[in-house]
Design a protein around this ligand. Structure first.
Ligand code: GLU
Length: 276
């Protein structure tokens, strides 16, 4: 907040100076950019409670808190747009966003196209099933079952590679998968345990869905950046370290995952990787 307040105070001082000089802005008073190019365009999820959720024009979740913290450390004001899993690399490569904070796992494959700072959280792939489900107890019990996941995610990729006997149905968002699970169109949904916990605790699904609770991957969440931007990577890495050291990381965990009863697993809080 310090940096932001500082900037606001400077702006206010500038306005006062102008006014005092009577520097007749002649109607162009509304024209000067209020952010002076100080905006940080961040891609987040809009439909993942506890991580990235849009409610009206407000945004909440652990990823949003991480984005806000990082933006503040960079002296910038964040604006948010939706970054669905299949579009993340493209959004960064085309410069439509400056940064992505959207349950975005650091992988070697993605590193060929984009950069990452982090990890800032370690999650694990798990399964969400209906409350009365007894047959599905882990990924080995999915043969012949209808499983929902999202295009371009590590979750879908892992199933295709390691569990080829599963009938995988891929959508653009996990919230679509949850609907299909609740209405019986699919038998299970797979993605990170963080995301699944958020859905299971949503009011409309309470008592209807359950997380299996056997993770079968390690998902290291990184802040996605344009490929090769080492300078920003270093700044974001410093901010992530400070977020943990200051206690703000833990506060954000408690605030966002607490209501779902989700507790961070092994490896948290992680130490970010070196940049480049
Ligand atoms: N963390 C995984 C990934 O980056 C799954 C969650 C997601 O799709 O955002 O693919």
């Amino acid at each position: 907040m310090k940096t932001h307040l500082g900037a606001t105070a400077l702006l206010a001082a500038g306005v006062l100076t102008l006014a005092a000089c009577g520097a007749g802005a002649s109607g162009s008073g509304g024209a000067p950019a209020t952010d002076g190019g100080n905006t940080l365009r961040v891609g987040i999820k809009f439909d993942q409670p506890g991580l990235g959720l849009q409610t009206g024009n407000t945004y909440s979740g652990f990823d949003v808190d991480v984005a806000n913290y990082v933006a503040q450390e960079l002296g910038k004001t964040p604006t948010f747009s939706e970054a669905p899993s299949p579009q993340r690399e493209t959004l960064l490569k085309t410069g439509q966003v400056d940064m992505i904070v959207a349950t975005y796992s650091i992988t070697d494959k993605r590193k060929q196209e984009v950069g990452f700072a982090g990890p800032y959280f370690v999650a694990g792939q798990d399964l969400l099933v209906r409350q009365n489900e007894t047959a599905i107890t882990g990924p080995d019990t999915l043969t012949g079952k209808k499983l929902c996941s999202v295009k371009g995610s590590t979750s879908a990729q892992k199933v295709q590679t390691d569990y080829p006997g599963v009938q995988l149905q891929e959508y653009d968002t996990y919230s679509k998968c949850v609907e299909e699970l609740a209405n019986g169109t699919v038998d299970a949904l797979t993605t990170d345990n963080t995301i699944l916990a958020g859905y299971a605790s949503q009011q409309q699904y309470q008592g209807k869905l359950k997380v299996v609770g056997q993770t079968f991957s390690q998902e290291r969440y990184g802040v996605g950046l344009p490929h090769g931007d080492t300078q920003t990577c270093q700044q974001v890495t410093d901010a992530l370290k400070k977020m943990v050291e200051s206690g703000e990381w833990q506060k954000a965990v408690d605030k966002n995952f607490g209501p779902a009863g989700f507790k961070p697993g092994e490896g948290n809080p992680p130490t970010p990787d070196a940049c480049a």
